[in-house]
Design a binder for this molecule. Structure first.
Ligand SMILES: [Zn+2]
Length: 70
């Protein structure tokens, strides 16, 4: 599960895809859960700690997170 990272004092603000950040992600290749710190968002690259695959993060307008293999 990808969980959104919200600032506590900004609850009613609507997030744009470019502002959406998350602190953990599930690798599409091996299903491993990877924590990331600092949080990552659209356009960032993430590296799976388990299988070593590189992905670019893509956040859609509906704030759905996808990963594109690099
Ligand atoms: Zn992996």
């Amino acid at each position: 599960m990808v969980k959104p990272h919200y600032d506590d004092d900004d609850d009613d603000k609507v997030l744009l895809p470019g502002q959406f950040k998350f602190k953990e992600w599930d690798c599409p290749g091996c299903d491993a859960n990877n924590p990331v710190d600092p949080p990552v968002g659209h356009g960032d690259e993430v590296l799976c700690n388990y299988c070593g695959c590189d992905y670019q993060v893509i956040v859609s307008d509906e704030l759905k997170v996808k990963f594109r293999a690099l």
